[in-house]
Ligand binder design. Structure first.
Ligand code: ADP
Ligand code: ADP
Length: 228
């Protein structure tokens, strides 16, 4: 669990154009913040700066009060879930979920890894698929494996980059419910990029609207989407 403090964050790519421009946002412990805005407005860039996959040009990033501008992704201990799942095709579901724990520099004992994989799989309804390879799974099952991999790390926060955008409407609804339940159960600080208004309405404590790299508005889903 963690707070995420974003202060005057700027990202300039090599061409000098500010993809993220002076964004400030305080995210409380356990809060679920949705990031919305048109394509190219800087959502992914902001997420990638928070997780540490993109250098910060200007500004300050604090996780649980500690400045992390220069620390590697591993030292920030945030778990990211991508829209393309990023699963390892040659590994079983079990090994895909266990992978980040085996990679970690503070490696857990194998029986603790096993306990966490089984607990996450049961939360996500994957118990019966642990020996299968990702290529033999449905889109929704793959997405759940990606979620499982994030959960087992017991990271300080989750960062989601349009995790459901590759799923059909029915699966998207099911996964949305599952993410909402997980969030209630785990109460973990989350930042979630989406284009989907229903996801923003059902998952978000607050919605942050980005436009051309700038934060335009931060409001509750109700304030933002419901007519007065
Ligand atoms: P979004 O996720 O909201 O679609 P992005 O964060 O991907 O937006 O992109 C924000 C802006 O930064 C866009 O103008 C995009 O073209 C630019 N951009 C993204 N990644 C790079 C990169 N690696 N190099 C240069 N410009 C980039
Ligand atoms: P570095 O290369 O700075 O030492 P790491 O060894 O921690 O960083 O991570 C290596 C790669 O693993 C990163 O470039 C990234 O692709 C991936 N990675 C690490 N941590 C995360 C994370 N929390 N979320 C998503 N991807 C990550």
């Amino acid at each position: 669990m963690a707070t995420i403090e974003i202060q005057n964050l700027v990202k300039r790519y090599d061409d000098g154009f500010p993809a993220v421009n002076d964004v400030s946002l305080d995210i409380a412990d356990g809060e679920f913040v949705i990031l919305v805005g048109p394509s190219g407005c800087g959502k992914s860039t902001l997420l990638r700066m928070i997780v540490g996959l993109e250098d910060i040009t200007e500004g300050e990033l604090r996780i649980d009060g500690k400045r992390v501008n220069e620390s590697a992704p591993r030292d920030r201990d945030l778990a990211m879930v991508f829209q393309n799942y990023a699963l390892y095709p040659h590994l079983s579901v079990y090994d895909n979920i266990a992978f980040p724990m085996r990679l970690s520099k503070n490696k857990l004992p194998e029986d603790e890894i096993d306990r966490r994989v089984r607990r996450a799989s049961s939360m996500l309804g994957l118990d019966e698929h642990l020996e299968r390879k990702p290529g033999n799974l449905s889109g929704g099952q793959r997405q759940r494996v990606a979620m499982g991999r994030a959960i087992v790390r017991e990271a300080d926060a989750f960062l989601f980059d349009e995790p459901l955008s590759n799923l059909d409407a029915k699966l998207r609804g099911q996964m949305r419910t599952q993410i909402a339940q997980l969030q209630r159960r785990l109460g973990i600080t989350s930042v979630y990029v989406t284009h989907d208004q229903t996801e923003a309405m059902t998952l978000g404590d607050r919605v942050a609207v980005l436009k051309k790299g700038r934060l335009q508005q931060v409001a509750s889903p109700r304030e933002l989407y419901e007519q007065p």
